[in-house]
Design a protein around this ligand. Structure first.
Ligand code: G6Q
Length: 553
């Protein structure tokens, strides 16, 4: 199959031409010459209001970007996903996270099976289990009620539930402590367990494959901890449940099938928080709120599927990414949630964006000749303002930003919220419009300081606001980003659903692990070999109880 090369599309050439004109214009001018701009470039989707007027675009830019989406076959690709076609071509799988949030009344036939009843069957089992834990009906081995839930997983089996749990803390049962352990660094598990009562602790082991090194290492250590504390292997049945697609491995670990919650190979790890991988979240917030969360996703799915492209918010956000990455040459994108509970959102989006679209071959396997995913990063506002915002305002790189906020506060400290949102709006305003040298001088600033205190502005941002951070608005927000990432993947003609780039390091680590603690021959490059030998020697001397002088090599 011949590769479709995005830069060869007519719209790409037009955009390149158009970029020359638009990049020379300032947002000040774009706003002053177009009084309707803010109104016309603000869109609604699934309870979110999204303002893209502070981007370095004109209406013509949007028209050309939409032409690019059309020429790229975005609509056909979107339909292929919604129909359950195997669009993940390197793993030969459909991509059906949208099925996880379809209402019970709908159906989606994949192969010869309707997947919707399967999805709801698992959701019902999760709801039953979560309710029993929440009510104290599910007892630990010694008859104690569960007061601690420890989610063990990594990557997609951690970041989603960890971010969502943090985000929805105000909806969570305050009597349940939920923790997330992901790192193979033993400190993670040790710190998570050190003040927990094993008799009141439930482990939720989340792993699609149930073979992941970090998760299985942590799960085995947690199992050993529990057995040593409660004195019986039989305790496992009351204190461990699994979320996985691999029933055989779950059974082999010692978890009975009735304590296992399944999902399917058509759910990618980073798209799985709305599957049984969200079990810890459901235990924390309850089944009803979890269903609201799914309803939020679904509302955004419907918007993505049925709204014309020029008003389709995920499509527009995805296209803006293409505009900055491929035409302005931006290599990074900042996400700044003005809500403390969303502080893990940047980390979550890092995986979603960078694992999905950090690719350099096309669907047909040919090297791309254009940039793909940017580096995503961020911190919550207002904290970030006191660290990296200096660079956003006056640095030499252009960093588009997403500002995310809510009208209603979650805490009772109402006056804090006004300050929070004032800061968000102020930052977007300052970035876009800046303060010219003349304006600075007119304020009486000493001439020598004028260049230092000038803000050139013309720095783009999106403002996304919803009435309140709720399970529903959060679900819609996640789906919004999922579909923006999908849109970009379609334009870039890459597979957004595989992640072969994480394999090589894993494979080498498996080879190096035994080399660190045996005398076997080591054959790597000179640098790696040197480090293995250095580490091996230090560890051996430590094990022998020798004192090692700090500078000895
Ligand atoms: C996500 C990736 C990856 C995955 C983890 C954990 O899309 O596939 O982050 O979620 O490697 O994998 P398991 O769930 O199989 O343990």
């Amino acid at each position: 199959m011949a590769t479709r090369v995005p830069p060869d599309l007519p719209a790409w050439a037009l955009l390149r031409e158009h970029y020359r004109e638009v990049s020379a214009r300032h947002l000040r001018e774009l706003f002053s010459t177009d009084p309707q701009r803010a109104r016309d470039l603000t869109f609604e989707a699934a309870g979110w209001r999204v303002d893209i007027s502070k981007h370095r675009i004109t209406r013509e830019t949007i028209g050309l970007l939409i032409q690019l989406a059309e020429e790229s076959g975005l609509v056909a690709r979107r339909e292929a996903m919604f129909r359950g076609e195997r669009i993940n071509t390197t793993e030969y799988r459909p991509v059906l996270h949208i099925a996880l949030r379809l209402p019970r009344s709908r159906s989606l036939i994949v192969g010869d099976q309707d997947v919707v009843p399967q999805v709801h069957q698992v959701l019902d089992r999760m709801a039953d289990f979560a309710t029993r834990v929440r009510l104290g009906a599910w007892k630990g081995f010694t008859g104690e009620r569960i007061r601690n839930v420890v989610n063990i997983g990594i990557g997609g089996s951690d970041l989603g539930p960890a971010m969502v749990h943090e985000a929805l803390q105000f909806y969570a049962d305050p009597n349940l402590r939920v923790r997330f352990v992901s790192n193979v660094d033993g400190s993670d598990l040790t710190l998570a367990l050190r003040d927990l009562d094993p008799a009141a602790t439930l482990f939720v082991v989340c792993s699609k494959t149930f073979t992941t090194l970090e998760t299985m290492t942590n799960a085995r250590s947690a199992r050993a901890w529990l057995i040593s504390k409660l004195g019986s292997e039989r305790a496992i049945a009351r204190h461990f449940v699994a979320v996985s697609t691999n029933e055989a491995a779950v059974r082999e670990f010692g978890i009975a099938p009735e304590n296992m919650f399944v999902f399917w190979d058509w759910v990618g790890g980073r798209y799985s928080v709305d599957s049984a991988i969200g079990l810890s979240v459901m235990i924390a917030i309850g089944p009803e709120a979890f269903r609201e969360f799914l309803a939020g996703f679904h509302a955004m799915d419907e918007h993505f599927r049925s709204t014309p492209l020029h008003r389709n918010v995920p499509v527009l956000l995805g296209l803006l990414g293409v505009w900055y990455v491929n035409f302005f040459g931006c290599q990074t994108w900042a996400v700044v949630p003005y809500d403390h509970c969303l502080r893990r959102l940047p980390a979550y989006l890092q995986q979603l964006v960078m694992e999905s679209n950090g690719k350099s071959v096309t669907l047909q396997g040919e090297a791309v000749s254009y940039a793909t995913a940017p580096v995503v990063w961020g911190e919550p506002g207002t904290n970030g303002q006191h660290s990296f915002f200096q660079l956003l305002h006056q640095g030499t790189v252009l960093v588009p930003c997403d500002f995310i906020g809510f009208c209603e506060p979650q805490s009772d400290l109402l006056h804090h919220h006004d300050l929070l949102i004032a800061n968000m709006l102020a930052q977007a305003e300052a970035l876009a419009f800046g303060r010219s040298a003349e304006e600075v001088a007119a304020r009486g600033v000493a001439p020598g300081l004028v260049p230092h205190r000038t803000f050139l502005g013309n720095r783009p941002s999106t403002i996304l606001m919803a009435p309140k951070l709720t399970p529903r608005s959060l679900g819609a927000l996640i789906a919004l980003y999922e579909h923006a990432v999908f849109t970009q993947g379609a334009i870039w003609n890459i597979n957004s659903f595989d992640q072969w780039g994480v394999e090589l390091g894993k494979e080498l680590a498996e080879r190096i692990a035994p080399e660190l603690c045996t005398d076997q021959d080591v054959q790597h490059d000179a640098s790696t070999t040197q480090w293995i030998l250095y580490y091996r020697e230090r560890r051996a001397r430590e094990r022998r109880g020798e004192k090692i002088p700090p500078r000895a090599h």
